[in-house]
Write a protein that binds this ligand. Sequence first.
Ligand code: CO
Length: 497
Amino acid sequence: MQTFQLDKQASTVQAKSYTRGDWQRGYESLAKEFDYWIDDIEGQIPQELHGTLFRNGPGLLDINGQRIHHPFDGDGMISRITFSKGGAHFRNRYVRTTAYLEEQKAGKILYRGVFGTQKPGGWLANALDFKLKNIANTNVIYWGGKLLALWEAADPYRLDPYSLETLGKEHFNGVLSEGQAFAAHPCFDPSSTQDNGAPCLVNFSIKPGLSSIITIFELDTTGKILRKHTHNVPGFAFIHDFAITPNYCIFFQNPVTFNPIPFVLGMRGAGECVKFQPDQPTRIIIIPRNPKHKEVQIIETHSGFVFHHANAFEVGGEVVLDSICYESLPEVEPESDFREVDFDALKPGQLWRFNINLKDETVSRELIESRCCEFPTMHPQKVGRPYRYLYMGAAHSESGNAPLQAFLKVDLESGKRQLWSAAPCGFVSEPIFVPRPNSRIEDDGWVLALVYDSEYNRSDVVILDARDFNKGPIARLHLKHHIPYGLHGNFTSECFL
Ligand code: CO
């Protein structure tokens, strides 16, 4: 099997758009919790921008000075930016998970992390300790009147959207059991065909093993379960994200194997025992959303690794899927320091389109964007449907691998691009598209994102006009502090103050 091909120029050496020191500063802990109206604003917040942006990500990169091994092991911190009448309010709070409370009280690391954080005391102190630390750090959604912090290997934590106080775990009236996984990447179907066009939330949980169990959940707008069905797929599966169409859930089973021995012996985190298999194909798993249709299709394509899918849709007998693909999964080494990562030694994530023919069980693919990119997002009403505009975090330079410093808008119809870059001092996070109220044009709205400004060691909330990145931000809201690089979040038109 061949791997994802890169553009030739991807290996060309060029002047860097950033310094490592600037980039590293965005990985300092933010222990303090704030609550204030943002008063340092360049430009103007649009009056029509009304609602709340929630963000989640690892806020602590150390426990009382003991460094954690990888940011993915950091405790979840929710940031909330509320927009109302041309003003904006900021609040952040940690998710009070059981482990967070215990470790803060003890003032030291008590849990092993999936990505290599170990308790002090060497391998002997860590061997045979399989307790999982639910860190609730990957995504935050507002659904069915509930604000939920998600981490893919365990159950969600529910928070009060006003105070951000942690209320406890959420099991959707017994749909989930204690500790059961609920992925951090739900899809919001704007118009579910099985529910007469009502919106619904689709998510999954995965139980990896020699064969892996995938459970699909669909919830209505009140948070009530509509459908739940379970499927067994052959082989070990490490799946972070998926995509939906009106009729299907689509998963990439990346070619990896899991060797638990170093984990059992206390020498590596479970995530450090996952090994990429470049000679093996990726399996595309297609599960019908209607539980009456039980037949799961598995179609092979080229080797590679995907964390995030942008979107999928159906055209005739084909499923079209857009995903950010890597040539391989970078291995996290126990001795390595993530802040010293050699960007040039890694291959960039690039946007590919897969055309999956369900009848012939064949796949063709094309490279859409060769620039290093991640965190693809789009218009919320276009999830699972043909769509035109895609927004992503991207590298400043056209080629090579680098930290994300820019936002890229891709017009999938015309092929046109727009880029706004925060280089050399700025480092970006996932962009969120918010439609202008009553808009009819797909890109009529704003792109909201947190951007870390290393020059002032603070983060900005940046608002771009989604129709025109070239004119630069229409507003930059300077926070009084930085926010460590985060993961995912969502916008709701409800205003929480
Ligand atoms: Co993700």
